[in-house]
Ligand binder design. Structure first.
Ligand code: ADP
Ligand code: MG
Length: 346
């Protein structure tokens, strides 16, 4: 395996269901060993792409290559990928150990060896000693780990994960995120992770593809997506942004077009303060929202544009956080990002 051959290559991959174009001519290379995420709102085509890669769906047109081999027409079992589903899909009548050993059994691995390997997998996901239980005797987080152990037991080259943490509560989710990342690093398997949670995608991934209506709207590292969104869709979906339309851009930036500025790149101070910033605008506080680590201050600028400013939580604020207080907001020109107005037609 050379480094140049991607683990996954999608070529003009398309899938329609009747009149619905679920996947709209996607081109994508995913490198071996990458933690890659597909991020997008519900219905944007993420699951369909995953099912096409796994072989559960046939493409309407286009091709899928796994490590340089065209698998577009191959059966699911003939592809070196495995899938972890959101609902775990564990076999309720089997023990945890039997669940994890299942894929090995199907592949004809003998009983002693498959149980030994399944036990090792359970250790890997920190469930050693749980092998004799049934899935219904486990918590949600433990079940998710069993599903993960079952998927990696057969040593797939690529692991497809479809919103695997979606059913877990926040605390457990955050814990599992860390474990997933560690596991991926340890095993060196290519992970293709589907989520609608932008924070999850940003924290876990080497690269992220942002999906919108069956197409990749932007592909990049988490930092690239966050710092340089290309469209209003990405600017709004990945984090929060102040988006200035043409009129607001002319008024506040002195130039036409659509632009965005992140709330944490703006500074705010009492109206009397002279802010040393490329762009300065005056206004009045509409709302302040306490976030613990900081404060979100919503300001109506005098020209009629509403902005959201994120302040660090430090005690000596230079202004009152009172509704109606007059303030000045400033930001630097290098934090202004030019956006395409909408998805680019293809
Ligand atoms: P996501 O995973 O991003 O939420 P999906 O890939 O599940 O999106 O769906 C993309 C689009 O394709 C949606 O409009 C969905 O309703 C449609 N779709 C998905 N699977 C089917 C199917 N089996 N039959 C008909 N339409 C489908
Ligand atoms: Mg889905």
């Amino acid at each position: 395996m050379t480094e140049d051959i991607p683990a996954i290559r999608l070529r003009a991959l398309a899938k329609s269901f009747g009149s619905v174009q679920a996947v709209d001519h996607v081109d994508l290379d995913i490198a071996a060993g990458e933690f890659f995420s597909m991020l997008g709102p519900s219905g944007s085509g993420k699951t369909t792409v995953l099912r096409l890669i796994a072989g559960f769906e046939q493409p309407t047109s286009g091709a899928i290559e796994l490590f340089g081999r065209d698998v577009s027409a191959s059966a699911p079992f003939d592809r070196e990928v495995n899938t972890v589903f959101q609902d775990y899909a564990l076999f309720p009548h089997m023990t945890v150990l039997e669940n994890v050993a299942y894929g090995l059994r199907v592949r004809g691995v003998g009983r002693a060896e498959r149980h030994e390997r399944a036990r090792a997998m359970l250790d890997t996901v920190q469930l050693g000693g749980y092998g004799d239980r049934k899935p219904n005797q486990l918590s949600g987080g433990q079940r998710q780990r069993v599903a993960l152990a079952r998927a990696i037991a057969v040593q797939p080259k690529v692991l497809l994960l479809d919103e695997p943490l979606g059913a877990l509560d926040l605390k457990l989710r955050e814990q599992m995120q860390v474990e997933l990342k560690q596991l991926q690093r340890e095993l060196g398997i290519t992970f293709i992770f589907v989520t609608h949670d932008q924070e999850e995608a940003l924290t876990l991934s080497d690269r992220v593809a942002v999906f919108n209506q069956g197409r990749i709207e932007q592909l990049g590292t988490p930092a690239e997506l966050y710092e340089r969104p290309v469209s209003t869709f990405v600017a709004g979906f990945v984090g929060t942004s102040n988006v200035f339309d043409d009129a607001a851009s002319s008024q506040l930036l002195g130039r036409a077009g659509t632009h965005s500025v992140r709330p944490e790149k703006m500074t705010i101070a009492d109206e009397a303060t002279r802010l040393d910033a490329d762009h300065v605008a005056h206004g009045a506080i509409v709302e302040t929202i306490y976030l613990g680590s900081g404060m979100r201050v919503v300001v109506d600028l005098d020209g009629g544009v509403r902005v959201s400013v994120l302040e660090q939580n430090d005690a000596d604020r230079a202004h009152d956080d009172v509704r109606g207080s007059r303030v000045v907001v400033g930001w630097s020109d290098r934090h202004v990002v030019a956006l395409h107005h909408a998805a680019q037609p293809h």
